[in-house]
Design a protein. Structure first.
Lengths: 861, 293
């Protein structure tokens, strides 16, 4: 969340004063009825499991704590841990907020919670089986028919679908709070595509790094075994037992929890796919990958079920895979959670939970749910009408965009609106009392303050029962009396520690080696085509931005240089900027006025995000491509990407104000970051297929840029003075000025410049060098070798390389009729070859499907 | 009565379709008064994959997947169906009254009644509005037998709404049908379903075919029979009863059922996703209902 502003005056000690309004987790003080009204501070002793933590924080002191906090935020940012805020496409995603004071639960307490939650997962599993099976609960009148049939999450198309193994419900999550009585109480169940477990894991990773000794000495139950169970369960669902292919399906990089999708996919060792990467053919689901289609057996789903199949579910869904449901029915792919499981999030079910439990398990549930009144029930409706102001009004279905509201928070108009809706369609709403959750100590500003807390816990089906994650994702309110606690509302998160009375022994089942963290060769080969395409474009955009930055920097330096340059040189230089950035018409055929004062235009080319071809535009495109292929980028690379993001955000302010002095310096941080990115790609990226495509993109773009700059600065026949200026600019922007001077000393000669930027294979920016690299990468790409005939892209790259090798410098530098016709023809030819190469690669390896459309429905008589 | 039904659907696309996925509801289902003895669906071009199943409502769902490029899609569904009339002798003047029916719907623990309550609720294309209730209300007096009230509503829709083939599209909302007082069989079925639900009674949308008899002395033309739609209403303890508001009829042997559901959405004859195809495909449908000796 918000960055904590370092305060100059820190409190001397980090001491926690628990809340006086209700139950506090650390102190266990409950507000007693008879003392209401007194503003007493009845502070006793912290509860045993909290003593060590609070003492440690006190010993650490506010300054050190602040230091750790900043370190934690840095790590989160570097890991790319973000949470995107909905409805705001333009807002940069926020770094995940982590409060370093964990929530603590001791083993004994946890055992009680655990048995309640495991039972609840079983109950919901049985409920799911019944809803999409015999519907006995309705036939026997346990729940009224409307409670099920009214809910938009009840997908009739999913009737009769069965998941292999004992459980239908693979993942079950609940949001729970500790009430004033000290009992845990479930507020909601999450069964659609529960999010948060990845964030919980990331929180744990960061905590163990920034507070290592506190973490070690607290004997915290580990999270890793839970994820092993998850991986095992998903693999076991596969019909193909030898080599189960599990994928994680994400809606895409714009999703609020995309970080988590990429993070989990990586941690679990499953490819991260979007719906466009999957296709149904001949009754199976396949992933489009570089080496063709590969079978998919299990899908861990983070796309809401309603969107998953445009044929049978939501017709206009762009997130679906056509005919997916029919493959599921045939048992040829398994989806977790199963399609249709969103129906369990229906809050009416909470009202009937005790009855459902008695019908299905023969006993009362061990863990209670928040009291729920269904407005479709006449008795309940009467109660709700009479107690309106103490209740939260909640719509049945989350998918409609309608949210829970407290009447007391609404102004008169909103209130009337809600009450009208409630009166018109009472059955579509439930009401629940507003609970005051117990408070947890939280580090905010530079103090420890009490904050209401809510915890999400996770259970995964395993063998004959469920396994609960020991701990979970806790979030705290932004104020002491906060009502809404959600990441969307800006709440901070906390790690949740289940504390063992003694160090945890590694159990045999926990030590199974965790090899799937390392992607195997086969997985690298079968990357989704989309990911590879994004890497290719990431390479191209990075290079394009770099070339644009360089030419811009060069032009600034030349314009403000010691030697005044002529109007002619100025014109050619500025046209080169237009050419390289592709922002035509720009300086082409522009007025003398603009040529004389080009600064505003140049700045626009740097920082205008809406100008196609501007540096900002290219970098945004690069960042988008990077987001799409996030799971393949190393953590160092992600850090550099973050630097670029930051530098971009600051670009605007860096380039405003007085331009009199060296505006090119404002561009330096970006050039450096892009260099670092290129370096990392070289040094720390696995030489897999993905890396090759990024390099291909990079080399093609660089060669194109070199051709372009030669066309603008080497091709024109100009007086010697201007030629010197242009050639100096050329060499400066391709970083060859120093080598040129060292090698040739003398004045600028076109022939020598040509040798250096075109033919010299030892110059990493020469055309020759790019073609040699391109050839190497293309040779290493996977292809079905059916004949010894060269493939299209092999032919194209060979022809480009040969053209350069066969060229004669002397002929190229020849001038006739005020032009260099040979050079002009050659540059054009190389440019066309490069365009063709990009097309060849794209045709062969990338995906060019046209989007689906709904079949027009038939007309009737 | 035994029929052989041939239902041909043809799509001519403006542009090439590279592949497509479809779900058809074109095979007559089995019901209390109807059995389907034989059915066959042919798709051209030849599909890469087909499957057939019974859906949530007990209808026959047919899936196919075409993986070869095509500009024309032809689906031919042929079935032999034996159809009977609804249980003998529906007497509109006796039976459960409207108020008794409402009472039973609310209080009965009979699972048939409980499950029928699904069809009182709003569905994707039909929302029970105040306007629909206001329109229906005159037919439903408390002491009138429910079926007599439904027959009256059927008659009123038949008389007060104009049958007008060009007036509506699939997407015509009920409000508009109400305002213009015209539509096609599908609109009238939706309208009556909406009215019944607004009054608190379970109602289904039924799709199928109706046998049209030629004018006396003329031979029946092949392809003149059409796909049709009507409704089914639930009366507690008595069961489901079909009425046809387009023809003001209690459905009988000439009404051949394909599928039923909450509304058109559940029983769309052909839905799916195509890749490519351009704009505005030309659709032609021909239905032939022939009596088997």
């Amino acid at each position: 969340m918000s960055k904590v502003q370092p305060s100059p005056i820190l409190p001397p000690e980090l001491i926690y004063n628990p809340t006086s309004a209700g139950l506090d987790e650390a102190y266990g003080i409950a507000q007693s009825q008879q003392q209401e009204g007194q503003s007493q501070k009845q502070k006793g002793e912290p509860r045993p499991q909290w003593r060590y933590l609070l003492d440690s924080l006190k010993a650490l002191g506010p300054a050190a704590m602040m230091d750790r906090h900043e370190k934690a935020q840095r790590i989160l940012r570097d890991d790319g841990a973000t949470y995107n805020i909905y409805d705001d496409e333009h807002s940069p995603s926020r770094t995940w907020g982590l409060d370093l004071v964990p929530g603590l639960i001791n083993s004994e307490e946890w055992a009680v919670i655990e048995s309640g939650l495991l039972e609840r997962a079983e109950l919901f599993n049985a409920l799911l089986k019944d809803i999409y099976g015999p519907r006995e609960l309705i036939r026997h009148g346990v729940i009224p028919p409307e409670a099920l049939f009214l809910h938009a999450g009840f997908l009739r198309a999913c009737h009769g679908i069965e998941t292999p193994g004992e459980h239908e419900l693979i993942l079950h999550a609940v949001d729970m709070v500790r009430t004033q009585s000290g009992e845990m109480c479930v507020l909601t169940d999450r069964t659609q595509a529960p999010s948060g477990m990845g964030y919980a894991l990331e929180n744990r990773t960061v905590m163990s790094r920034v507070l290592p000794s506190l973490f070690r000495d607290s004997h915290v139950h580990r999270l890793a075994p839970f994820f092993q169970r998850l991986r095992q369960k998903l693999s076991s669902l596969s019909v193909n037992h030898d080599q189960p292919r599990v994928v994680l399906l994400t809606p895409g990089a714009h999703n609020e929890t995309y970080f988590e999708h990429a993070y989990l996919a990586n941690y679990l060792g499953f490819p991260l796919v979007q719906s466009g990467d999957l296709v149904v053919r001949n009754g199976f689901v396949w992933m489009r990958s570089l080496d063709g289609l590969s079978r998919v057996d299990v899908i861990l789903r983070r796309v809401d079920d309603w969107f998953c199949d445009p044929v049978e579910l939501r017709n206009d869904s762009q997130l679906g895979v056509a005919n997916l449901l029919e493959v599921v029915r045939a048992g040829r792919v398994v989806i977790a959670n199963p399609l249709g499981s969103g129906v369990l999030e229906n809050p009416i079910l909470l009202k009937y939970m005790p009855a459902i439990s008695k019908a299905l398990l023969g006993r009362e549930p061990r863990i209670q749910s928040v009291a729920t009144y269904w407005c479709g029930d006449p008795e309940d409706y009467k109660y709700v009408s009479a107690h309106m102001d103490k209740l939260v009004i909640k719509p049945l279905y989350r998918g409609t965009g309608e949210v829970s509201k407290r009447l007391v928070d609404l102004d008169e108009a909103e209130r009337v609106k809600l009450l009208t809706r409630l009166k018109e369609r009472p059955a579509h709403y439930v009401a629940q009392p507003t609970l005051l959750p117990a408070h947890l100590p939280s580090f905010e500003g530079n103090k420890l303050v009490p904050r209401p807390a809510i915890t999400r816990s996770f259970a995964v089906a395993s063998d004959s029962s469920y396994t609960l994650m020991p701990g979970g994702l806790t979030r705290v309110g932004t104020t002491e009396g906060a009502f809404v606690i959600s990441s969307q509302a800006g709440s901070q998160s906390k790690d949740t520690w289940v504390i063992a009375s003694e160090p945890e022994h590694s159990r045999a089942s926990d030590v199974t080696s965790d090899v799937s963290n390392i992607p195997s060769d086969t997985q690298l080969i079968s990357l989704p085509s989309r990911v590879v395409e994004n890497l290719f474009w990431m390479g191209r955009y990075a290079e394009r931005a770099e070339a644009s930055l360089r030419i811009l920097r060069t032009v600034f330096m030349m314009l403000n240089g010691e030697e005044l340059i002529s109007d002619l040189s100025r014109k050619h230089l500025l046209e080169a900027v237009t050419g390289i950035t592709g922002t035509a018409p720009g300086f082409k055929d522009c007025s003398q006025e603009i040529l004389k004062n080009p600064e505003q235009q140049l700045l626009q080319i740097a920082k205008d995000p809406h100008l196609a071809g501007s540096i900002h535009f290219s970098l945004n495109a690069m960042l988008r491509s990077a987001d799409e292929s996030k799971e393949l980028l190393s953590s160092d690379t992600l850090r550099v990407i973050n630097d670029i993001r930051d530098a971009l955000e600051n670009l605007d302010s860096a380039l405003t104000g007085d331009l009199g002095s060296a505006p090119e310096e404002a561009l330096d941080p970006l050039v450096t970051a892009l260099m670092a990115l290129a370096g990392l790609a070289r040094e720390s990226m696995v030489r897999g297929i993905g890396w090759r495509f990024m390099e291909l993109g990079r080399r093609i773009e660089r060669a194109m840029q070199t051709v372009c700059i030669m066309e603008h600065l080497l091709l024109p026949v100009v007086p010697e003075h201007d030629q010197n200026a242009l050639m100096e600019s050329l060499l400066l922007s391709v970083e060859a000025l120093i080598s040129y001077r060292r090698r040739y000393r003398a004045r600028m000669q076109v022939a020598q410049a040509l040798e250096l930027v075109m033919l010299d294979p030892s110059n990493p920016r020469s055309l020759m060098f790019q073609f040699e690299q391109l050839k190497r990468h293309i040779d290493a790409l996977p292809r079905a070798k059916t004949s010894i005939e060269l493939s299209a892209e092999e032919r194209t790259v060979l022809s480009g390389e040969t053209t350069i090798r066969l060229s004669l410098i002397n002929k190229l530098s020849e001038v006739s009729d005020g032009e260099r016709p040979e050079l002009s023809a050659l540059l054009k030819k190389i440019h066309d070859t490069l365009s063709q190469l990009s097309i060849d690669i794209s045709d062969k390896y990338f995906d060019h499907r046209i989007g689906p459309q709904q079949l027009v429905r038939s007309n009737w008589q | 009565m035994k029929y052989r039904i041939r239902h041909i659907t043809e799509y001519q696309y403006a542009d090439r379709v590279s592949h497509c996925y479809n779900l058809a509801h074109m095979i007559p289902r089995t019901s209390l008064r109807q059995t389907c003895d034989r059915s066959q669906v042919k798709v051209a071009p030849h599909p890469a994959f087909t499957s057939r199943r019974e859906d949530y409502f007990g209808n026959q769902a047919f899936h196919f997947e075409i993986q070869r490029p095509h500009e024309k899609l032809i689906i031919t569904s042929e079935s032999d169906v034996e159809v009977g009339s609804q249980r003998s002798g529906i007497n509109l003047d006796f039976g459960i009254t409207c108020s008794e029916a409402l009472e039973l719907l609310e209080s009965s623990k009979d699972d048939e009644v409980l499950l029928a309550r699904e069809f009182i609720l709003d569905s994707p294309m039909v929302r029970a509005t105040k306007a629909l209730r206001a329109y229906a209300e005159p037919s439903f007096t408390d002491d009138r037998p429910l079926l007599s009230a439904v027959a009256n509503l059927t008659k009123r829709i038949f008389e007060e709404f104009e049958y007008c083939p060009e007036s509506t599209t699939v997407a015509t909302p009920l409000d508009e049908v109400m305002a213009n007082r015209k539509g096609v069989c599908q609109d009238f079925a939706h309208l009556q379903v909406g009215c019944l639900r607004a009054m608190g009674f379970p109602a289904k949308y039924v799709s199928g075919y109706i046998e049209t008899l030629p004018p006396p002395g003329q031979e029946k033309l092949v392809g003149s029979d059409a796909s049709h739609a009507w409704i089914s209403v639930y009366s507690p303890r008595e069961g489901w009863f079909e009425f046809d508001p387009t023809n003001n009829q209690i459905c009988g042997e000439q009404h051949i059922i394909t599928a039923w559901g909450r509304d058109y959405f559940d029983v769309t004859p052909l839905r799916g996703v195509i890749f490519g195809g351009g704009e505005n495909p030309i659709l032609s449908v021909s239905v032939d209902v022939a009596r088997l000796a």
